[in-house]
Design a protein around this ligand. Sequence first.
Ligand SMILES: *Cc1c(COP(=O)(O)O)cnc(C)c1O
Length: 346
Amino acid sequence: MSRPELRIRTDRFLSNIVAVRERIAPSALMVVLKDDAYGHGLRWAVEAAQSAGVEWYGSYDVGSGVEARRVLGESGRVLAWVTSTDPEIDEALRQGIDLGVGSAEYLERIVARAYDLGLRARIHLKIDTGLHRNGLLPQEWAQTIADVRAGETAGQLELVGIWSHLAEASDAEDDEAQAAFLEAVRVVEESGGTPEALHLTASAASWWRPELRGSVSRIGAFCYGVRSADGPDLDGLLPVAELVATVVEIRDHGAVIAIGSFDGIPSTLVGATVGTPEGPRELVRIDMTTSVVAAWPGMQVGDAVRVFGAGEHGECSATTLAESIDTVGEEILTRLTPRVRRVVIE
Ligand SMILES: *Cc1c(COP(=O)(O)O)cnc(C)c1O
């Protein structure tokens, strides 16, 4: 093996899913799949989560939703929440993909496409609770709900969810956002029934703030064992991915490994700790396709070095590496280039 490998541990993903579900119950888990399942591979993630009986999948865009649907067949619910083009809406309606809706203009387009196709769109309406990142404003909420109810009566719509996204910057702000969310839910209830899926929280708030959880929790990072940057360790969750590079040459002061900045390793990670057969060592140099790790006794060509992982050989997690260069673990994972071979370990 001279190309670096991102080893994907299915057993850990499954045990993370069990731990997350236990923690958030009775809220249901929606496994978030954006950025190719945070660099782990969407197909693999959906297959594994489906085997664990996960019902909800959050795909971000319609294209990824269609991929998830292909794996799932008729089972499961897939939500694509980014505002999409008309052809994408058509695809979503045909494939039974739920659509997140954050503007009156998008709602209108969905109704028009559903009418033309003779299909009923399943929608999750988004209220802006302060993040100002797509979402209906509180002052347009009542009118939009009236329009949605009219669309239901006419047969183009089914309101299955209400949702919002938290800033997770401070507990006080998130509490305010929840108050705005609950007010929006109340308005919907008065218009005739509560949709089954109420969802507000992602990984961190779902894990640490039980009082904010709705009937569904949208969780990406923690399912993959990626803890929040500057956040505490997560009891019972393990990093799913390990980045492994092989020693290809021994030099006086260290081992040359076959991974470098062309593989998506930020060159600013010089000085970070990686895992070797003899435990943690410093990453002393990062070139384009190779890097150098400080020597260990008995080092030899063919040895495996873990750039990040679960710590079994002294390596850090992706998040710990990320913190040393002021970014987040997700970025370390999703920046890896196709030169890195993804290997699923059952
Ligand atoms: C990315 C994303 C999530 C998942 O966030 P994590 O912190 O990775 O769990 C949930 N909801 C929305 C709208 C997102 O964009």
